[in-house]
Design a binder for this molecule. Structure first.
Ligand code: GLC
Length: 471
């Protein structure tokens, strides 16, 4: 059989640069696809963001070419390294190298960076003579590449190339980049299939161009076909229902392994879950919480963002004030939400700690110590923290949405609540606290959690089947 060549485009990829969950996916899935065997070949291309230090990853210069973008000559520098058997390319050039942030609050800066990246990536791969069977884009940042491929149908290099867009977060579409698109010679699409406002916006343009539309969980693939989650494109997704596919993400089970994790005070395995206690005590002491093993420790590790429902948690805490528990909230983001978390800590000094920072090591210690992890998300295309927490024997309490619904089972591996309101969340927390007291039952739930298989292999196989159906 002919080898399937997949060109994987992303704005970020772990370990080179990671801001959010997309970084985890782009950091794992390409290698997981290669690990499936010889029938599939993958190349990953990301921008050479300022934050990426080439020496750290053995990244070296590969080539330079000059491209014509909307009538303006622009030089593109290509760099390369290997991540195990994966070839990873990095693109640079002024629209990338002059930007301070990976994602800027000024959408025009992001627009210039990513639309340049998308067009440069296509030109690079053609110059390099590596003709892909599939180009897979992720979110709005790389969506324009798919649109541009459909514009190049007269070119035999691109004519038979199939395209897949994976949606990690539908709400960010890249709106506000119209002027940049225009400058790079990309006009609005002519169609009656999507609303007027989407015709010159990267994500809808990429979705229109894509042969298949993937969401990062099956439930989210259904949700985006409803007005509540569809961000205005629900009717289009209904129309394309046969092309909309949900494939749940995995986690890198080597990176997230309580038996080997160097960041946690005490490693443990499924047969010695009780060793988690050592980690819990360490955290209780670190944050000056009463070092009592019997008091359940709840935790939330999150971006402080509307999406994540931190505000709902803060309200729910007021409803459980008569319960015995301790809680640690770790994360940064929206300053208003950060401030509210701090105020809550002041109000409940015996119980609540709000640590306002991004701290990878501490987050591991929290997963390894907590009894329960909270994810009251408004929407959650996939979610990764629930899978990590299960692997570390911490039972998730989650809103029944998106990937959370697909990965957590009520009273077997966690607790779910339907609607985003403080009452339902509080009820779910109380149910979890009651269950916690039944030692055997709780241990069984922890064991069920740690027994789950969230390896990337499962997801990679589904992507492979999808690719095979296209070529
Ligand atoms: C986005 C989504 C999250 C998902 C991640 C990776 O960050 O919000 O739910 O897990 O992308 O696909």
């Amino acid at each position: 059989m002919k080898k399937i060549k997949v060109l994987f485009l992303a704005s970020e990829a772990d370990p080179f640069i990671k801001i959010g969950g997309l970084g985890d996916v782009a950091g794992s899935l390409p290698n997981a696809l290669l690990d499936l065997g010889d029938e599939i070949d993958v190349r990953l291309i990301i921008p050479l963001h300022k934050q990426i230090i080439p020496e750290t990853f053995g990244i070296t210069h590969y080539s330079t070419f000059v491209t014509d973008l909307g009538g303006k000559k622009q030089s593109v520098d290509v760099f390369k390294t290997n991540k195990k058997n994966l070839e990873v390319f990095f693109l640079s050039g002024e629209p990338i190298s002059d930007k301070e942030k990976v994602y800027d609050s000024n959408i025009e800066l992001d627009g210039e960076k990513y639309i340049f990246f998308d067009l440069a990536a296509l030109e690079f791969i053609k110059r390099d003579g590596w003709q892909p069977s599939i180009v897979m884009a992720n979110d709005w940042h790389t969506a324009i590449a798919l649109h541009a491929i459909k514009q190049r149908q007269a070119d035999p290099f691109w004519r038979n190339v199939k395209t897949v867009i994976t949606i990690h977060n539908l709400c960010y579409m890249g709106a506000g980049t119209e002027a940049i698109l225009e400058r790079f010679g990309i006009s609005k699409v002519i169609t009656d299939k999507i609303p007027w406002w989407g015709k010159h916006v990267p994500l809808p343009m990429g979705i229109l161009a894509a042969d298949k539309i993937v969401t990062v969980s099956p439930t989210y693939s259904k949700e985006i076909q409803t007005a509540e989650y569809g961000c205005g494109l629900e009717e289009y997704f209904q129309y394309r229902a046969e092309d909309v596919v949900g494939i749940v993400n995995g986690i890198d089970q080597d990176i997230w392994d309580p038996e080997k994790d160097q960041a946690i005070p005490q490693t443990f395995s499924i047969s010695e879950i009780d060793n988690k206690k050592v980690n819990k005590q360490y955290l209780q002491e670190l944050f000056h919480l009463a070092p009592k093993p019997s008091v359940p420790l709840l935790a939330m590790v999150t971006r402080m963002d509307q999406q994540k429902g931190v505000d709902t948690l803060l309200e729910a805490i007021e409803l459980i004030s008569s319960e015995k528990y301790q809680m640690i909230i770790l994360g940064t983001g929206n300053p208003e939400i950060e401030e509210k978390c701090k105020l809550l800590e002041e109000k409940y000094p015996e119980q609540v700690r709000a640590i306002i920072k991004y701290d990878g090591k501490l987050s591991r210690q929290i997963y390894a110590s907590a009894d329960m992890i909270l994810m009251p998300s408004r929407y959650e295309p996939c979610g990764i923290a629930q899978m990590i927490s299960m692997r570390y024997g911490s039972v998730p309490i989650v809103r029944a949405t998106g990937g959370l619904k697909d990965t957590v089972t009520e009273e077997r591996t966690g607790f779910l609540f339907e609607h985003i309101n403080a009452g339902e969340l509080a009820a779910s927390i109380i149910k979890a606290l009651r269950t916690y007291k039944k030692k055997d039952l709780w241990k069984r739930m922890q064991t069920n959690c740690m027994d789950e298989n969230f390896s990337w292999q499962n997801s990679a196989e589904k992507y492979k089947n999808l690719f095979e159906s296209l070529v």
